[in-house]
Design a protein around this ligand. Structure first.
Ligand SMILES: [Zn+2]
Length: 263
């Protein structure tokens, strides 16, 4: 029963994340105006706005103008619901469940925004760093720390190590691929958005899991083929989705993976 409740709340949160994913890149407010169809602008009624179910009932079309609704809407709702439920099953109604849920929601929004505009909004990454650090100070158990001070330091160390690791990677990448970067006329091997995102992940996960995330992320590079399809022939591949996927693997399996290497 609790799991079902978390799933439903997760789907509703996913519906809100859809609003963020659609509006933040356009610099629009995420609270006003109420939900409307992106094609005809008509305001949606509450029964057009039920996560997943409305999409199925309306057969993926706007109730007013009949234009197609992106499959991204039910996808984000289902992914959010499923991940929050999985976190609840693993961590129970404990601070870690809430802390990791906040991070997971931020990562879902970042992933879809990064795929769309190749940018990671500061509102999410910097806001997430603050949220992660405050959460650790309020609930030391999320950092497995015995007191608030050590939890706070653990979160800050995680943010510094996370951001620092990408900064070093970026600097090395820019040196190694200087010619290629000049040819393409792009900003560099990685954006500053990735540094802030990895700092956010570190603030929520602490030092060890942040470093694990950093080292696992490249293995998700096997997916760029799929991602490139979304991007229609662009030259660079957004790294945010890989960091996000690695962070989630670290949340669910990090303890076990680390124990394999360090006993
Ligand atoms: Zn419409």
């Amino acid at each position: 029963m609790d799991k079902l409740l978390v799933f439903i709340v997760g789907a509703v949160i996913g519906s809100f994340l859809n609003v963020c994913i659609y509006r933040i890149p356009k610099r629009q407010s995420i609270v006003r105006p109420p939900s409307h169809c992106p094609h005809c602008g008509k305001r949606l009624r509450w029964y057009h706005n039920i996560p997943v179910l409305s999409y199925i009932a309306l057969r993926a079309r706007c109730a007013f103008c009949g234009k197609r609704i992106s499959a991204r809407y039910p996808l984000v709702e289902l992914v959010t619901a499923a991940l929050l439920t999985a976190l609840f099953v693993v961590f129970g109604p404990e601070p870690k469940f809430f802390s990791y849920s906040i991070m997971t929601c931020a990562l879902i929004a970042v992933t879809f925004i990064d795929l769309e505009i190749q940018e990671i909004p500061d509102e999410i990454s910097l806001g997430g760093i603050v949220a992660g650090i405050l959460f650790a100070a309020a609930c030391p158990s999320v950092m497995d720390a015995p007191d608030r001070i050590r939890a706070l330091l653990g979160s800050i160390a995680g943010a510094a190590a996370g951001g620092g690791s990408i900064f070093i990677l970026k600097t090395a990448g820019n040196l190694l691929f200087r010619k290629k970067i000049e040819e393409l006329g792009i900003e560099g091997a990685m954006g500053d958005g990735d540094i802030k995102l990895m700092a956010m992940i570190g603030a929520f996960l602490g030092l060890k899991l942040a470093l694990l995330t950093f080292f696992m992320a490249p293995f998700f590079g096997v997916l760029p083929g799929i991602i490139a399809k979304f991007r229609k022939g662009a030259e660079t591949i957004p790294y945010g989705p890989f960091l996000s996927m690695a962070a989630l693997v670290a949340v669910f399996y990090g303890g076990r993976i680390l124990s394999l290497f360090f006993f």
